[in-house]
Design a protein around this ligand. Structure first.
Ligand code: F6P
Length: 319
């Protein structure tokens, strides 16, 4: 393989830039040319493709977002649109593609692979919801952003003896809520993977306050319901003075943490190795701190599983 392409797609995540850097530098190290596809699958279909050099990825390792820009393109589910993308790649002489992104991006990579074009998926999303990897690029940075917010909210919650409902992202997965809730000492964590009982939530809050707690933090994953909706329900069952904070897209920005930069560098470089070895149609991941790769077509049939032991632990520690 002499020419490969790289694109980022879907919701951006902190660490996509170090992943792009790793792809470009690893490929050039092996005398393979790299082309950047700007604007995700939309840029692919429109032929927004430019050659990247070593210097193109200088000074990006610490930057959030993605220098290649990103987009969501639901039309890419259409076979004809996919064919246009493959035509663009072939017209540029690009023989393999690294796709950095989340669930939707993997579906695009899977479709191209099924049409006979070699792709390798690199998991880049703050949601940590990609099957076949314990961690996705951007999850750690997002968690640190959420923790920073929870710590600050805790200060004001204590001063006013308030209950705070903090809504975090994660799409259908509760990973951000669970990890940040555990690390932030939240009294209650609500995740889509487990039903909640409002009476139990209210009882917990009451017993904490009876023991002298000055505040309560409830972290709600967006996949459960909106923070405002939960606060409304809580108001019906309790007497607590409650405020809501929706953290929103702040969770997607910021300089990637060390953990994300290292993860992105390892996964991006491994994706290039696979293409050079002629092993397209794979997705890379990390398990027990070891790089793994698996069939991208099978990957999407698997389900991401949240660590329910961690959920149990969070309940035990927040009594
Ligand atoms: O997948 C990343 C994510 O930030 C989700 O957590 C969230 O549900 C979604 O993207 C928001 O998407 P958009 O930026 O398109 O509104």
């Amino acid at each position: 393989m002499k020419k490969i392409g790289v694109l980022t797609s879907g919701g951006d995540s902190p660490g996509m830039n170090p992943a792009i850097r790793a792809v470009v530098r690893k490929a050039i190290f092996h005398n393979v040319e790299v082309y950047g596809i700007y604007g995700g699958y939309l840029g692919l279909v429109n032929g927004n493709i430019k050659k990247l050099e070593l210097g193109s990825v200088g000074d990006i390792i610490h930057r959030g977002g993605t220098m290649l820009q990103s987009a969501r393109l639901p039309e890419f589910a259409n076979r004809e649109v996919q064919k246009k993308g493959i035509e663009q790649l072939r017209a540029h002489g690009i023989e393999g593609l690294v796709v950095i992104g989340g669930d939707g991006s993997y579906r695009g990579a899977k479709a191209l692979t099924e049409q006979g074009y070699p792709c390798v998926g690199v998991p880049g999303t703050i949601d940590n919801d990609i099957p076949g990897t314990e961690l996705t690029i951007g999850f750690d940075t997002a968690l640190n952003t959420v923790i920073d917010a929870i710590d600050k909210i805790r200060d004001t919650a204590t001063s006013h003896e308030r209950t705070f409902v903090i809504e975090v992202m994660g799409r259908d997965a509760g990973d951000i809520a669970l990890w940040a809730g555990l690390a932030g000492g939240a009294e209650t964590i609500l995740i889509p993977e487990e039903n909640y009982d409002m009476k139990e939530v209210a009882d917990r809050l009451r017993s904490g306050h009876e023991r002298g707690k000055k505040h309560s933090i409830i972290v709600v994953a967006e996949g459960v319901c909106s923070g405002y909706e939960f606060a409304r329900q809580l108001k019906e069952s309790t007497e607590f003075d409650t405020r809501v904070s929706v953290l929103g897209h702040i969770q997607r920005g910021g300089s990637p943490t060390v953990a994300d930069r290292v993860l992105a560098s390892r996964l991006g470089a491994r994706a290039v190795e696979l293409l050079i070895e002629g092993r397209g149609g794979r997705a890379v991941g990390i398990e027990n701190n070891k790089l793994v790769d698996y069939d991208i077509i099978e990957a999407l049939d698997k389900k991401h599983t949240l660590d329910l032991d961690l959920f149990k632990l969070s309940k035990e520690l927040s009594i």
